[in-house]
Design a binder for this molecule. Structure first.
Ligand code: GRF
Length: 203
């Protein structure tokens, strides 16, 4: 498996804490993978845009603070982001890790967080941006697939790539088997990249 490079170039100076906040919308298997590593104490809170996200139970099992920000409770995206920004102040995260967070964050929000937001995407970017990546990989006949950790940018799935992990697509693969196999890669890659970024961000 390719390892993340030692120098994980990023566009802004990190904060001086090693606090991590994880944003989720769904199952939270990447959150669970992070919480199963030595990174667990660094995870100060879990934010969700979905009150029914299964990952919220994982946060609770690990006694992590969680906050739900349902967009339907706000008059505008700006108000939704402003509330998240305000709530983030109590955690002062060095890094925000999007882990299956399905909402698009604005350039202004990314800037407010000093560009300290990373995302994991289930494809070998820049190929297969967006949703339904596994089926689209199968349809394309691509032989290689995988996942990418990248800095968040206002353009979706287009930020600077930090690290990737790949697999060979088998003739017998379905979208479902690819999803499982790619997630196995994600669960190893994401914690290892986050660990390196946090180490790099310490004063
Ligand atoms: C992952 O496949 C991730 O790459 C994508 O959304 C999925 C989230 O899965 N962004 P989970 O909620 O971590 O199980």
């Amino acid at each position: 498996m390719p390892q993340p490079p030692d120098n994980l170039a990023k566009p802004a100076t990190p904060n001086t804490t090693n606090n991590l906040v994880v944003f989720i919308s769904g199952n939270g298997s990447n959150l669970a993978a992070i919480l199963q590593t030595a990174l667990a104490p660094a995870v100060r809170a879990v934010f969700s845009d979905n009150p029914n996200a299964a990952g919220l139970a994982i946060a609770q099992q690990h006694q992590k603070n969680s906050h739900v920000f349902s967009k339907t409770n706000y008059n505008s995206k700006m108000a939704w982001e402003a509330d998240m920004h305000q709530t983030l102040q109590q955690y002062q995260p060095c890094l925000i890790a999007l882990a299956g967070f399905m909402s698009i964050l604005s350039g202004q929000f990314i800037q407010q967080q000093q560009h300290n937001i990373v995302n994991i995407h289930p494809s070998l970017l820049p190929d297969f941006k967006g949703r339904d990546t596994h089926q689209r990989v199968l349809n394309s006949g691509a032989k290689q697939h995988g996942c990418t950790v990248h800095w968040l940018s206002p353009a979706v799935d287009a930020g600077t790539i930090i690290a990737q992990s790949s697999l060979t697509v088998h003739a017998t693969d379905t979208a479902s088997t690819l999803q499982k196999r790619v997630q196995q890669l994600e669960h190893r890659l994401y914690p290892s990249v986050l660990k390196k970024l946090l180490q790099q961000g310490k004063p």
